[in-house]
Design a protein around this ligand. Structure first.
Ligand code: FNR
Length: 190
């Protein structure tokens, strides 16, 4: 069976290394995972005054999440947490109250940074947000990718075979995780 994965890139930068990592992950993923980016850059800053009448950007975000089987977060670390733009998108998707788009939606988290801990602290912070949002998360493997110039080509080819194998395994495990969650919770809407 094919599963649809919606992916979030936590960076708005035009030359984001996390966007390049997302391209690498898609290249190396099992054939029967299908990917669509869930864009976050045009969302206004959320506040709950929007709840009674969500604007088109907020509705599109929620529809994009409900149309996929799982979500993948590929994010930089900003000041030991996630970028505000990504947190804003999660806040939008988690509301209006009682209509949390992440409930029971399987997720995985990965990211890259030039620093030696490779976004580990941001991922921990994101995991606690996703826990509160009731998203079943892949616990292992974890993906802390230290970025070095030349590790990826612009189109997401991985130049180092051990990193490529690691990312291939990560996506294979994610596929297995999606299947497990869907088996345990079969009554969930797709
Ligand atoms: C950073 N960077 C960074 N790196 C890190 O490993 N831990 C951190 O806490 C931070 N904090 C941070 C804050 C802000 C505001 C910026 C702009 C950058 C560096 C960061 O890893 C680097 O800029 C990456 O290139 C960001 O990823 P994208 O945007 O290229 O995908």
């Amino acid at each position: 069976t094919t599963h649809r994965v919606g992916y979030f890139v936590g960076s708005l930068s035009a030359d984001s290394i996390n966007r390049t990592l997302s391209k690498a992950l898609i290249r190396l993923a099992p054939q029967n995972l299908e990917f669509t980016e869930i864009p976050i850059k045009d969302l206004p800053l959320y506040n709950h005054d929007y709840d009674p009448d969500y604007p088109a950007e907020g509705r599109a975000l929620k529809e994009a999440i409900s149309s996929v089987d799982a979500v993948l977060f590929v994010t930089p670390e900003y000041n030991r947490s996630i970028p505000g733009a990504l947190k804003n998108a999660i806040d939008w998707a988690s509301r209006p109250w009682g209509d949390n788009s992440f409930a029971h939606k399987p997720s995985a988290v990965i990211g890259t940074s030039p620093g030696s801990i490779g976004t580990a602290v941001a991922q921990q912070s994101l995991r606690s947000v996703l826990s509160f949002c009731d998203s079943p998360q892949m616990n292992a493997p974890e993906g802390y990718i230290q970025f070095k110039p030349g590790l990826f080509t612009d189109t997401g080819e991985v130049t180092d075979e051990s990193t490529a194998q690691f990312l291939r395994d990560f996506m294979q495990e994610f596929q297995a995780f999606i299947i497990r969650v869907r088996t345990v919770l079969p009554a969930l809407p797709a």
